[in-house]
Design a protein around this ligand. Structure first.
Ligand SMILES: [Zn+2]
Length: 395
């Protein structure tokens, strides 16, 4: 039989996690950047003639990770603040000392666009090295028309420079900036009448996001912002129920948001809304955040999964509340703090994350037609995923 040429054969893995029924084996063939076959080595060798081969013995092949919640556009970290928090300094005092989200805003506003792009490029490189092949990336440390557009252009340009597949999200409603502290409605006007329309016109983001929380935005402001964003064609992603339940989950479900993230303070009413929502709104689980913030409360992940709510696991990579770009690490925390199994955690950083971004038909799984971006993990079997921590299994 004539063998069909392909670019790459990765063969002999201990397992291939495909997330597709009926697609299984120990080897994968790739042509033109796409998976063309998954199966056992002998049958793939009989059908395909590869230009290159990789021996995957001793490893597990999994889909390339997808990080569906990141904040990579910050100019400097906030390590000093991490020390202050260790010493018991509270949120308000941190803000008084010049820390918190507004310190990141000051730094981003002052940072020149070329330099900011280099910094984001560095973050994407680290993520790629840790197995993240696609990500959602939010602005949100600019909080002015110019600084938000600059942040979104930095995301776009850094994506091009690194090859990371990036899905940009406008998070102008991350916090009320200092200059509008006493007149939040003026900032809401600016968001709805100038910033969202400009970002839409320039095609700088596919989704819009808001932080619904005490000290950030209330439910009424969120409704106005999200309805305006929806009208302008943005997909909606929402931060809600992190510390306080303000009804943000129900609002997100009502407006057909793609996801609502955090959920540590989720109530039964919110859970019910997610379970019964017509357009399935994903639960975004960010289990490394409460760890980083030394909180004892976690999202009720088991209840969400039992209720059939679609979910993903993400890093929430940012300088203030979760300084890791590693999805393997997030998966470890999903196993320890959310009591997910290895499979559930892996599904959350691959298929679940891809589905939440609307790219689940070409990413997050290993099957013919999918992107050839899969990972060799240095693990004997899938049960070891998220078992070790402090080291990266990506080979
Ligand atoms: Zn976030």
């Amino acid at each position: 039989m004539e063998r069909t040429p392909c670019d790459l054969l990765v063969f002999g893995a201990n397992d291939v996690v495909t997330w597709v029924d009926g697609v299984a084996g120990d080897s994968v063939a790739v042509l033109d950047g796409k998976v063309v076959a998954v199966g056992d080595q002998a049958s793939l060798r009989a059908a395909w003639n590869p230009a290159e081969e990789t021996d995957a013995s001793g490893s597990v092949l999994v889909p390339g990770f997808v990080d569906a919640h990141t904040h990579p556009v910050f100019a400097v970290g906030r390590a000093e603040e991490f020390d202050w928090r260790a010493q018991g300094v509270d949120y308000l005092e941190i803000a008084r000392r010049g820390g918190g989200i507004l310190s990141s805003v000051k730094n981003v506003r002052e940072c020149d666009e070329g330099r900011l792009t280099e910094i984001v490029e560095g973050h994407f490189q680290r993520m790629l090295g840790l197995g993240t092949m696609a990500c959602e990336a939010k602005s949100g440390y600019g909080l002015s028309l110019d600084a938000e557009c600059k942040s979104l252009r930095a995301i776009r340009d850094a994506a091009e420079l690194t090859g990371m597949e990036v899905h940009p999200t406008f998070l102008g409603a991350h916090m009320i900036p200092a200059e509008h502290r006493d007149a939040p409605d003026v900032y809401m006007d600016l968001l709805c009448e100038e910033m969202l329309p400009r970002v839409a016109d320039e095609g700088l983001a596919r989704a819009a996001d808001i932080f619904i929380e005490e000290g950030a935005f209330n439910l009424q402001q969120a409704r106005r912002y999200l309805e305006r964003a929806k009208e302008l064609g943005f997909a909606l992603r929402v931060h809600a129920d992190q510390f306080n339940e303000l009804g943000g989950v129900q609002l997100a479900v009502e407006l057909g948001a793609e996801c609502v993230d955090h959920l540590e303070a989720l109530t039964d009413a919110g859970l019910e809304a997610l379970a019964l929502g017509e357009k399935k709104t994903f639960a975004g689980l960010l289990p490394a955040v409460p760890h980083f913030l030394r909180q004892s409360i976690d999202a009720p992940a088991r209840k969400l999964l039992d209720a059939g709510v679609p979910y993903f696991v993400a890093t929430d990579f940012n300088p203030g509340s979760c300084y890791t770009p590693s999805l393997a690490e997030a998966a470890h925390f999903a196993r320890v703090r959310l009591c997910l199994t290895a499979s559930e955690a892996l599904y959350g950083v691959t298929a679940g994350a891809a589905d939440s971004l609307g790219i689940g038909d070409r990413r997050g799984r290993i099957a013919p037609g999918y992107e050839g971006d899969f990972l060799m993990l240095d693990l004997p079997d899938i049960h070891h995923f998220g078992y070790a921590f402090g080291e990266c299994p990506v080979m």
